[in-house]
Design a protein around this ligand. Structure first.
Ligand SMILES: [Zn+2]
Length: 343
């Protein structure tokens, strides 16, 4: 009974797709035909995930096969694709790109077989697939260059809350064991993908937060950026917390100005709408050292996002964080466009 699917570039250049039962091979398919691939994938209904092999290794540890978020990035929905190309990223995760010639049209990240099948069905004009040679660069979708860029500084800096080494504040922990930090990583990377796709440079920082004082210096790195956003998930205030599920975005009570508040309002609304939860809106907070540091630079707007309450019942936190992160990215792009028009 196959439990997962392995993609390999065959010696002849024709991909070999293996249905695997644990570390045992159940069945091989050698083909470049997308239709044959989809039929094969559908036959193994107990196989929920897939992996792209490291070259020279038929089978590897199944540790990597924890089901993770699967999502797509697309700027050119109207363009037709001709090929699906499978990559393996630096972390061993699959990346599948719908290509039109040498141009990437849409990028799928994740390891869920059901999501992969949906993606494979999305471009009927693409009838073949291949597995990229090891070490191939994974394409990036970037908006065409624009004479009137929507950013004026260095673009966007996203800060992942509760980075490695955090001592004073481990962040919240969901009932499922997802740490706030791990969800912050998912959200920040999803936001970065959206922001980069809009043609705006985006840096994600993930720094040890060894002391409270250090939070202030993390914020100080926002200098010369257009937007600084610290990425977090909320948690109820101790046992018995009764706050309704919702999104909120914090600004520094005494240092925030209108652009900060406008971005916070857009962001909170975008995340709440995407997740179908209450929009708790803009919250002032005086104790945010990371925002205090950012506000003491020339950054145009600085906010701290709390995507949702991770200790409330949520069906799939990783998926929520990915979707909320994308909404966060979209709101930043919207704010950059608004402020570009006004000036
Ligand atoms: Zn936090």
């Amino acid at each position: 009974m196959a439990t997962w699917i392995l993609f390999n570039s065959g010696a002849s250049g024709i991909p070999i797709v293996s249905a695997m039962a644990g570390s045992q091979l159940a069945e091989n398919l050698e083909t470049s035909s997308k239709m044959e691939l989809v039929t094969f994938l559908n036959r193994f209904d107990r196989a929920g995930t897939f992996l792209v092999a490291r070259v020279g290794e038929g089978v590897e540890s199944t540790d990597l096969l924890a089901e993770d978020v699967s999502f797509v990035t697309n700027l050119n929905a109207s363009t037709s694709a001709d090929t699906y190309r499978f990559f393996r990223d630096g972390n061993g995760k699959p990346v599948v790109v719908a290509m039109s010639g040498t141009e990437p049209i849409e990028i799928f990240r994740g390891n869920r077989k059901d999501k992969l099948i949906n993606f494979l069905n999305k471009y009927p004009t693409a009838t073949v697939f291949d597995v990229a040679p090891m070490g191939s660069e994974i394409p990036v979708i970037v908006a065409p260059p624009n004479n009137n860029p929507i950013y004026r500084g260095r673009g966007v800096m996203l800060e992942i809350g509760h980075g490695p080494g955090t001592r004073f504040d481990p962040g919240a922990i969901a009932p499922t064991g997802d740490t706030e930090y791990s969800l912050n990583v998912i959200a920040a990377n999803a936001a970065r993908e959206v922001i980069t796709a809009a043609g705006v440079p985006c840096v994600v920082i993930d720094t040890p937060q060894v002391s409270l004082r250090y939070l202030y210096s993390i914020g100080r790195q926002a200098g010369d950026f257009d937007v600084f956003c610290s990425v977090h998930h909320n948690a109820f205030d101790g046992p018995g917390g009764r706050d309704p599920q919702g999104s909120e975005v914090l600004v520094h009570r005494s240092k925030a100005d209108a652009p900060d508040r406008r971005l916070a309002a857009l962001m909170s609304r975008a995340m709440a709408t995407e997740l179908g939860i209450r929009n708790r809106g803009v919250k002032d907070n005086i104790n945010l050292l990371v925002l205090s540091g950012a506000e003491d630079t020339n950054v145009r707007a600085a906010v701290l996002a709390e995507l949702y309450f991770l200790d409330a019942p949520v069906s799939n936190r990783q998926e929520w964080s990915e979707r909320g992160g994308r909404a966060m990215g979209e709101s930043i792009v919207q704010w950059l466009k608004e402020t570009a028009l006004r000036n």
